[in-house]
Design a protein. Structure first.
Length: 369
């Protein structure tokens, strides 16, 4: 079986889709070794020489990066497609136009659908190509339904393919906060001006202002970077939160894990999460999660079981949920422990790998769509 895989990024960033793609390639490489398959992987935004060999241990899987050169990427994809791969897997809806010739020739084509980029009406050529794909692997049922509804497509046969954690950062036992007397909230997110309202970090800042009189010494740590960071820092200062809020910028995986371990509650009331890998990371550390009842988040965070869900943009509800968590250490422990169990039961890398192997085996045997 020869596979052609086109992705936006694998090692170019540490966020969301790139994290998913690293797990995907590690699982795909082991499949190739086990079944004698070959995989050619093209990554638009990756720069050659920045690969992490741990994820690319199979000699049967070859990754090529194109340093954001769209022309070179498209030409390489065209050459690979001309060789008639047995299956082509696209890692992002924006790559659909590249595969139009394959769709025209009715070659086996799969798409992975992630977050809000798949929740909009696609351009005509992308819709035409997607309509002729054999299946869509959607990270959440919300993304599956939304992609189908807004594009007038039948999602029968589309598969649920949820996210997982980095295979080289396995779940860890629940960690107590570093200083129980200083309650800490944590958010991990891109800080982009275009996503200011959607991601909810501003809402948490305003909630902290209301919570401080009740919880003296409350800390709010924000991990992440982007063009909105300076504005958010200025907003925190204007609210008088200089001594309560810390913006860390980008952190290494080890530093990030320490932040998860030290927090009491993870909070990200975003309405843009197709799934939310950060929720899994918090659950891996046994931390309760406060999230928005929006997008794919409710499929990860079970309300009143592993965390609390609030309506996006409802500051009163957000303040109430955070106050409930901060005031009750036993509830935090119970919800965090339940989150860790849910992670271990539903979202481990081994389960992710088995799902992928099963789908590929079905395609290889002719039983897949």
């Amino acid at each position: 079986m020869r596979l052609l895989v086109a992705l936006t990024a694998v090692f170019a960033t540490d966020w969301g889709i790139a994290m998913f793609n690293r797990a995907l390639l590690h699982a795909l490489g082991s499949y190739c070794d086990l079944h004698g398959a070959q995989a050619s992987v093209l990554a638009l935004n990756d720069s050659p020489g920045r690969e992490d060999a741990r994820y690319l241990s199979s000699p049967r899987l070859r990754l090529r990066g194109f340093a954001r050169n769209k022309t070179a990427f498209a030409l390489a994809f065209g050459r690979e497609a001309w060789a008639r791969p047995d299956l082509t897997l696209l890692g992002h809806v924006n790559l659909l136009p590249l595969a139009a010739p394959l769709a025209l020739r009715r070659r086996p084509l799969w798409l992975i659908a992630h977050g809000d980029e798949a929740w909009r009406r696609l351009p005509a050529l992308s819709r035409w190509t997607l309509q002729r794909a054999q299946t869509v692997l959607a990270v959440s049922d919300f993304t599956r339904r939304r992609l189908a509804e807004v594009n007038g497509l039948d999602s029968t046969g589309w598969q649920l393919f949820p996210n997982t954690l980095d295979p080289f950062s396995p779940p860890v036992a629940a960690s107590p906060a570093a200083n129980p007397a200083a309650l800490t909230l944590l958010s991990v997110s891109r800080l982009e001006a275009g996503e200011r309202a959607a991601k909810g970090v501003l809402h948490v800042l305003e909630a902290v202002l209301e919570l401080r009189p009740r919880f003296p010494g409350l800390r709010y740590v924000i991990v992440g970077d982007g063009d909105d960071r300076a504005w958010l820092e200025a907003r925190a200062r204007s609210l008088g939160l200089d001594d309560s809020v810390t913006f860390t910028g980008h952190l290494s995986r080890e530093e990030l894990n320490r932040c998860y371990a030290a927090c009491d509650v993870f909070v990200l009331p975003s309405n843009k999460e197709g799934f939310g890998i950060v929720f899994l990371e918090a659950m891996a550390h046994g931390k309760p999660v406060v999230a928005a009842r929006a997008g794919g988040a409710p499929e990860v965070v079970r309300d009143a079981e592993t965390g609390l869900l609030v309506e996006h943009g409802n500051r009163e509800a957000l303040v109430g949920a955070l106050a409930t968590q901060l005031a009750d250490p036993e509830q935090r422990r119970r919800l965090g422990a339940a989150g860790l169990r849910r992670l271990q039961q539903q979202f481990t890398f081994e389960q992710f790998r088995e799902r992928l192997w099963g789908l590929l085996q079905s395609a290889a045997s002719g039983r897949g769509r």
